[in-house]
Ligand binder design. Structure first.
Ligand code: UDP
Length: 473
């Protein structure tokens, strides 16, 4: 039925950066539209520094409500590890208590709906308990969503679990998904023995129970995939609301990189010394950990390429304390290379005038961020749905060049050096032209009165007045 008073949306992210960051941007956007928002900081996983590196030093005067939920398991690390996932899955009772508190605390604006992450399927049960709708915020592209919704069909057809004796290079045509080989299927379903297999399939089923899916993409980027979704599942609303980034990033000329020296990161200071569009930014996101052997190949490949680079590394587990970089590497590449171990302020890096290309694992946030800042990509998919994203980037929209495939075990320094050199000297210009086109479409999509705003408004109307079901239903 119709809900009176102010809308109150409870946003519940999965506690991994690639998920909590876009959900935070979504929450901020709703908040700025005058919706009352409670952002649940699962495991207090986003720190003050993260909020700051995402939104700059000046948080607004009208802050959004942020509440903690649950405690990080002691094993802490490994956001995709089984103990972590299982622990996240035990949060149902705590989430119900939190919801009860929110209902009691906000009598004038009780929670009207839950918007939760794609991998928190159990929030459906919580929403059912409180008789409010649940929407999913999908942090991957529409094509990844089309794949997830199609998995039960693949199971029925006997194509899942994957039959290893079948031709590896067979290309599957799934509605709403770019032509995909078995090896490009998302990593959780590659191995039925893996615990993530059932976790993934369960979440795929639970997606079908949601009232709607808000997708971190924009219509103009994936029109045929979005239409395919709408045609195939007409009880679910599919609303593209991306790219989910702070507003400032949609103004190509605005200088979003802070000049404050106390928040100016070492890698930004180094970028200041480099010529325009000359540096290849290399990063594999917040989850992937490369082997020390692979890191060594990357370092040597970058050195041999002769190109300028900023290499950001997540430290691998290294009990024997093996040096991460080849001996003498830093001296030999001084002035044209910089290595940062740990976290880099990626949106600022991609916005820096010196960055000319992005060697990326094709995580969807990284992909969208690169598009919005007009930076062409060199694709090195590692896991999750990144291989499908790479196919889209390289084969469909041609905003990037392929460095390797997800099936390549160790990528050699020769391959890295050759591809990087080719990319930065030749390949980059076509890719840049194409990425700029997509950037322009993104700017149009988020402009005042355009598709993203309309979809966000449709979402609030649906929550307020209930879903308008298709004719005859
Ligand atoms: N990120 C960052 N600094 C880092 C690594 C990652 O700011 O050093 C941010 C990046 O900008 C993006 C998110 O973390 O918003 C990573 O999400 P993505 O989907 O690209 O990959 P994932 O980490 O989930 O594999």
């Amino acid at each position: 039925g119709m809900r009176k008073g102010r809308l109150h949306v409870v946003v519940l992210p999965y506690p991994a950066k690639g998920h909590s960051i876009p959900l935070l941007h979504f929450a901020k956007q709703l908040h700025s539209m005058g919706v009352f928002v409670t952002f649940v900081n699962t495991f207090n996983h986003l720190s003050k520094e993260h909020f700051r590196s995402i939104y700059g030093a000046n948080e607004d005067d009208n802050p959004m409500q942020v509440v903690p939920l649950g405690v990080t398991p002691p094993e802490g690390e490994g956001h995709t590890s089984l103990p972590y996932v299982n622990h996240v899955n035990t949060l149902v009772p705590e989430t119900k208590i939190l919801m009860t508190t929110l209902f009691a605390r906000h009598e004038d604006a009780p929670p009207s709906c839950i918007v939760s992450d794609m991998f928190l399927g159990w929030t459906q049960e919580v929403a059912n308990t409180f008789n409010i709708p649940k929407y999913v915020l999908f942090a991957s592209p529409a094509s990844g969503l089309a794949f997830m919704l199609h998995t039960s069909e693949l199971v029925k057809q006997g194509k899942l679990p994957i039959d290893r004796s079948k031709e590896e290079d067979l290309v599957y045509d799934i509605p709403g998904v770019p032509p995909t080989r078995l090896a490009d299927f998302p990593s959780p379903i590659q191995d039925p023995e893996d615990d993530s297999y059932l976790f993934y399939l369960r979440n795929c089923e639970q997606l079908l129970e949601a009232a709607g899916v808000l997708i971190n993409t924009y219509y103009e980027l994936e029109p045929t995939y979005i239409e395919a979704l709408r045609k195939a599942y007409n009880l679910i609303s599919f609303l593209p609301v991306g790219p989910l980034l702070p507003k400032a990033y949609f103004e190509p000329s605005s200088d979003v990189v802070p000049v404050d020296s106390d928040i100016r990161d070492p890698c930004l200071k180094w970028l200041d010394t480099q010529p325009d569009s000359s540096v290849l930014y290399v990063s594999f996101g917040s989850v992937a950990v490369l082997s020390i052997e692979q890191i060594q190949e990357i370092a040597q490949g970058l050195e041999a390429s002769g190109q300028r680079f900023l290499l950001v590394l997540r430290p691998p587990s290294n009990p024997e304390n093996v040096p991460l970089l080849p001996e003498g590497f830093e001296e030999r590449t001084r002035g044209r290379g910089f290595v940062q171990v740990g976290w880099a302020p990626q949106l600022w890096v991609l916005s820096h005038r010196a960055v000319g290309g992005f060697l990326t694992h094709c995580g969807w946030n990284s992909t969208l961020e690169s598009i919005c800042r007009g930076v062409p990509m060199l694709a090195w998919p590692i896991q999750a749905e990144q291989a499908m994203n790479a196919r889209f980037l390289v084969d469909v929209v041609k905003a990037g060049v392929e460095l390797c495939r997800v099936t390549d075990k160790l990528v050699t320094k020769e391959r890295i050096s050759e591809t990087v050199k080719f990319f930065m000297t030749e390949g980059v210009s076509t890719a840049r032209k194409n990425v700029r086109k997509l950037q322009k479409l993104a700017l149009n999509a988020v402009a005042l009165g355009a598709s993203v705003q309309k979809n966000l408004e449709d979402f609030t109307l649906e929550v307020r007045f209930g879903k308008q079901l298709p004719n005859g239903l």
